[in-house]
Write a protein of this length. Structure first.
Length: 307
């Protein structure tokens, strides 16, 4: 584009080059025209469509059945909260999730720490062992635990040789916790490792240089710095454990069934879509409430640490 300059002589025409001040001025004028560029937002459209089709719509359908099947109202929720069996199953589900989360944290924390102190080759081997469960079918892993936890299985025999067994593990809540811990350990190890790998070890050495014992320096310096990884891993494991179905169904028994199994019975066995939807809505609501409470607690804890 050309611009005309008036002066003492004849009019002159100046051609703008791509990188000249004139091109920059035109770019500024277009940016300040008041019309936002919506093209980047279109990149989110495919993900939004998938989210609505595979998450929002099924969730809305379940909630619709909970409030309308067999008749509109809160009858399904009244049935849920007035039936002692449902409350026992809900309590058992959250208790199992707490046991799984605690056990997974106790096993994963030293493992993730070992990954940070190991050499490149050792770290590669440990990472491979963590990722290996992702390459194996969930059904195969669960059936493998079914064999291992049998009364005549390897674990029971091993405990018998050291004077503890034989221990009945299959069809018990303990067996369910063992199987779920093995399946969920990667979701605890990886967040822990990502945080621990960024901790400056010189801080622990500085604490020891100031007179702190090794254990005291580790507890008072290293562990607080790793708490974001602990929180992320615990939330992922706990929320995932609440919806487990295959592992409790194969390793547990009807006496220690979880809420996911009861939802399946209501929907597939009894065709009570309203009852199953109410149980799903209650589980979702309690999970979201716990997540909100955990986020609020972590925020207040972080402010106290910073202050």
């Amino acid at each position: 584009m050309a611009e005309r300059l008036s002066g003492g002589g004849p009019p002159m025409t100046v051609l703008d080059e791509p990188g000249s001040a004139g091109a920059a001025a035109r770019t500024v004028r277009r940016a300040g025209s008041g019309r936002p560029d919506r093209r980047p937002a279109l990149l989110l459209l495919p993900a939004l469509i998938l989210l609505v089709a595979f998450f929002v719509y099924p969730l809305g359908t379940i909630a619709w059945h909970a409030f309308t099947d067999p008749s509109p109202g809160l009858k399904n929720f009244i049935w849920f909260f007035t039936t002692s069996t449902n409350l026992d199953i809900l309590t058992r589900t959250f208790t199992t999730g707490l046991w799984v989360t605690t056990t997974t944290l106790l096993l994963s924390y030293p493992y993730a720490y070992a990954m940070t102190v190991a050499g490149p080759r050792g770290r590669g081997v440990l990472t491979l062992l963590v990722l290996l469960p992702f390459w194996t079918s969930l059904m195969v892993r669960t059936f493998a635990w079914t064999i291992l936890l049998q009364d005549t299985g390897v674990i029971s025999r091993l405990l018998g040789t050291i004077g503890i067994g034989p221990v009945h593990l299959i069809r018990t809540q303990t067996g369910v916790v063992i199987g779920m811990v093995q399946l969920l350990m990667p979701f605890m190890v990886l967040p822990l490792y990502s945080v621990m790998n960024g901790i400056d070890r010189r801080l622990v050495l500085a604490a020891r240089g100031l007179g702190a014992r090794p254990a005291s320096a580790f507890v008072r310096v290293y562990i607080p710095l790793s708490l974001p990884g602990v929180a992320a891993g615990c939330l992922m494991v706990f929320v995932s454990s609440l919806g487990f179905y295959i592992t409790p169904a194969l390793l547990g028994s009807p006496e220690n069934a979880l809420i996911s199994q009861q939802i399946y019975v209501q929907v597939d066995g009894l065709l009570q879509w309203g009852h199953g939807g109410a149980m799903g809505v209650v589980l979702l609501g309690l999970t979201l409430a716990l997540l909100a409470l955990a986020a609020l607690t972590l925020r207040r804890t972080g402010k106290q640490v910073l202050s």
